[in-house]
Design a protein around this ligand. Structure first.
Ligand code: NI
Length: 262
């Protein structure tokens, strides 16, 4: 069994055909989905979907690309919703210097505010990091408390930084890029990441893995990602699936799901 630990079924490209996508995923034993918000509207929709489908859980949060628009009342809204039983993480939050470096300070502020929320409510975090490894690491190191845990979603950093994030209680999640022929670093990370620290995800509708690279992604494709990592690690697909399933359940406290599956 697999869980897609980061997927945007709340994105309008996927939302309109959600029943079909869940059905297709279940056929290849992808049994649950963490639907991740990136602003208030998408977080609201993530919660609505979690209310509608047993197999869906929600992460709510504000993405760094929204850093110049958010208001304090948005943070207050997030805090209120953290007590919803199917809200399992704060995310996606983090730093993204890829498109625009002009709002770095605002991005850092927003990231820190949401880390503090996670500390206060003992919620795991789902971290988006793009072209911002050093700053992301330093902020996590400084602001997360000792018990806070989370995941580096679609991890694209080096193996050296991987170890540093592991030391901060973070899991490493790999997505479509690990299947790309020329993706040297994600493959190196896949090789050495400890099995008990690894998650898998699609980040659909983005980042389709081989053999669907360039096409719209969907949660059933997490199978291709898991198979590629199993090949790189030279272990069976079953072993890889068992580990990532257990890790995802542990990190996001999806115990009821595990019981149901037994
Ligand atoms: Ni995402």
């Amino acid at each position: 069994m697999l869980i897609d630990s980061h997927v945007h079924l709340n994105d309008e490209q996927l939302f309109t055909k959600i029943e079909d996508l869940i059905e297709k995923a279940k056929k290849v034993d992808v049994v649950a989905f963490l639907v991740v918000g990136y602003d208030i509207d998408s977080s609201k929709l993530a919660i609505e979907l979690a209310n509608m489908y047993d197999s869906i859980y929600a992460a709510i949060g504000i993405h760094p690309s929204e850093a110049s628009y958010y208001r304090q009342e948005d943070i207050d809204w997030l805090e209120k919703k953290l007590s919803h039983p199917k809200v399992k993480a704060i995310g996606e939050i983090g730093l993204d210097y890829h498109w625009d470096k002009s709002f770095m300070d605002k991005q850092k502020d927003l990231f820190i505010k949401q880390i503090k929320l996670a500390n206060k409510h003992k919620m795991p975090i789902s971290v988006h990091m793009r072209d911002a490894t050093q700053d992301t690491y330093e902020i996590l190191k400084e602001y997360k408390d000792e018990s806070l845990r989370g995941v580096m979603h679609c991890y694209s950093g080096s193996t050296e930084f991987m170890q540093k994030f592991l030391d901060l209680n973070m899991y490493i999640s790999l997505a479509g890029p690990v299947t790309f022929k020329n993706a040297k670093t994600p493959k190196e990370v896949a090789k050495i990441v400890p099995l008990d620290k690894l998650l898998v995800e699609t980040d659909a509708p983005y980042l389709s893995p081989v053999p669907y690279r360039g096409k719209q992604n969907q949660p059933r494709n997490v199978e291709f990602i898991a198979k590629e990592i199993a090949k790189i690690k030279d272990i069976s697909f079953k072993e890889l699936s068992d580990y990532t399933y257990k890790n995802t359940v542990a990190l996001f406290d999806l115990n009821e799901l595990l019981k149901e599956a037994k």
